[in-house]
Ligand binder design. Sequence first.
Ligand code: ZN
Length: 68
Amino acid sequence: MVFFCFLVDQKRKVHSSKPAAGFCSRCGGGASVADMSTATRFCYVPFYWKSWKAIICTFCGAILRSYR
Ligand SMILES: [Zn+2]
C-alpha cells in the first residue's frame, strides 16, 4: 500500500513573555516581548525548529514586530 502524505503545518509556541511599551495597532491591547518558537511539521513529525523573539499583543495575539 502506498501512502501519500502532504500535510505540512506549523506550530507556534510562546515560551515566555514580559510586558513591553506600546500598544496593538489592531485592538489597542498591551504589547509584550515574547520568546517564540516555531516548529514546522510534516505528517505530524517536527523536522524544523526556529526560535525567535517578537513583540506580540497580549489581547489578540497579533505579532506587532518580530526579531529574527
Ligand atoms: Zn491586539
